[in-house]
Design a protein around this ligand. Structure first.
Ligand code: DQA
Length: 156
């Protein structure tokens, strides 16, 4: 089982950037916690952060045939990127969208996610713990997919 974690623009600035909104934790510390969960549950995990939309599109495409699930915080591209949405739609993998802040409590332009309709679910407003919730949720989703495939094989 392999999960790819994709982090959008400015998330490399966590711990420095608007601490009142995003908290003091650095991205690498969030990733260390996720790695710990992955190791305990025998899951392969890879991390990718980019400030560039096209690089995120490329990384999503690379997940095809390589990853079982995607956890993505598209950051500001959440509200603007049809390209990232289309890439997610193309690869058709179980995907969870994460936001540290509650995007629905903030400025109106953050209330719309172009990404959410092509995701299995969304976690918003739980801070860094949201990534842990996404790991638990993705594990459950992937186990369900595995069980459904096994049942299909049995029925054939
Ligand atoms: C964010 C919310 C976005 O609106 C914002 O542009 C970000 C971070 C979050 O994690 O809360 O960069 O995705």
């Amino acid at each position: 089982m392999k999960i790819v974690v994709i982090q959008g623009p400015n998330l490399n600035m966590l711990g420095i950037r608007e601490k009142n909104v995003y908290g003091p934790m650095k991205l690498e510390d969030i990733h260390t916690q996720m790695k710990g969960f992955a190791e305990q549950n025998k899951i392969d995990i890879e991390f990718f952060q980019s400030n560039l939309e096209g690089e995120i599109v490329d990384r999503v495409q690379e997940c095809l045939g390589d990853a079982d699930g995607i956890i993505i915080n598209p950051a500001a591209y959440t509200h603007t990127s049809i390209a990232i949405r289309d890439a997610l739609s193309a690869v058709q993998l179980p995907t969870l969208e994460v936001h540290l802040s509650n995007i629905y409590q903030r400025e109106e332009f953050r209330h719309t996610s172009l990404i959410a309709p092509v995701c299995s679910g969304q976690i918003s407003g739980m801070g860094p713990f949201g990534y842990h919730l996404a790991m638990v949720g993705m594990t459950q989703l992937l186990n369900e997919v595995k069980m459904m495939k096994a049942q299909k094989v049995k029925a054939e």
